[in-house]
Design a protein around this ligand. Structure first.
Ligand code: AMP
Length: 280
């Protein structure tokens, strides 16, 4: 396994693999890897000849008051996890390698990024789309693997690939959780013991929602109310949003029909966590 910070070397290596007829997968990450990331790598490993993981804490997708500086980083540990998952190449660029001094080539989109996380994190998805576009150009893989944990991101990337004709297949992978149901996240390390214990409320509130849905509830408002009621019972939880939207275009819906995304963002103490259910 190689680790490279160079766009040129990474691109040349991927080109060489492709010229040999090998299939290449990309797994974009911000590092501080956990079993959620590992599940993406393992799936990529099964379905492709070569696997590239990018590890880049992308400053462009963080707002000025957000946790860019304190975001956890541990390249040595990440390297060991990648090695174990059979990754062939880690692309780990410096910020200067990705964004030159006069950088202004943003990739942006209407509608899909406006709601949910985009409403509380206004520059976030522009940063995500820009960096993912760059990664797709640097690493012209046949397939890229994303987690459904970031469901809005997945919908946006799928739409971007469709609208801008990127020649890459986007594979969405299920959410990996801790034993008590909390979705694995690099940000879980911010939680104190007490906060960690209470953070299970996100998944529990979504389970409550799914019980209603499975019992035949079709009114989005009723499902939303049940989630809010459950979250409100948790002393350390502060709701950022609870939304039920169409998974295709991330617009609010009144009735649960077609592909539906139930998405929540909740502060536990000062840590903002997200979780969701997708109903196809
Ligand atoms: P991040 O490093 O948080 O930017 O995540 C990199 C990729 O891993 C994204 O596609 C995430 O959706 C995915 N991911 C993060 N957490 C999980 C999880 N618990 N289960 C599955 N995928 C995840």
């Amino acid at each position: 396994m190689n680790i490279s910070g160079s766009i040129k070397d990474t691109r040349n290596q991927v080109k060489e693999w492709k010229s040999q007829g090998l299939s290449v997968a990309l797994v974009p990450t911000m590092g501080y890897l956990h079993d959620g990331h590992k599940s993406l790598m393992e799936r990529a490993r099964k379905e492709n000849d070569k696997v590239v993981v990018s590890i880049f804490v992308n400053p462009m997708q963080f707002g000025p008051q957000e946790d860019y500086d304190s975001y956890p980083r541990d390249l040595e540990r990440d390297g060991a996890i990648c090695q174990e998952a059979g990754v062939d190449w880690i692309f780990h660029p410096e910020v200067e390698e990705m964004y030159g001094p006069h950088f202004c080539g943003y990739v942006d989109m209407h509608t899909l990024p406006e709601k949910l996380c985009g409403a509380s994190r206004p520059v976030h998805f522009r940063g995500v789309q820009t960096v993912v576009s760059k990664l797709f150009h640097i690493i012209p893989a046949q397939r890229a693997y994303f987690g459904q944990k970031d469901a809005q991101q997945l919908a946006i990337i799928r739409r971007m690939v469709m609208d801008l004709d990127f020649d890459i297949e986007i594979i969405g992978c299920p959410i990996v959780r801790e034993a008590d149901g909390l979705a694995k996240s690099s940000r879980n390390t911010y939680l104190s013991r007490e906060e960690r214990a209470q953070a299970v409320i996100l998944n529990q509130s979504l389970e409550e929602a799914m019980r209603l849905v499975e019992a035949g509830e079709k009114e989005a408002e009723k499902v939303k109310e049940a989630i809010i009621k459950k979250l409100s019972g948790c002393p350390l939880a502060r709701i950022d949003y609870v939304e039920i939207v169409s998974f295709d275009n991330i617009q609010p819906i009144q009735r649960l029909e077609g592909p539906v995304l139930i998405a929540i963002a909740v502060y536990i103490g000062t840590t903002r966590l997200i979780d969701n259910r997708i109903i196809m």
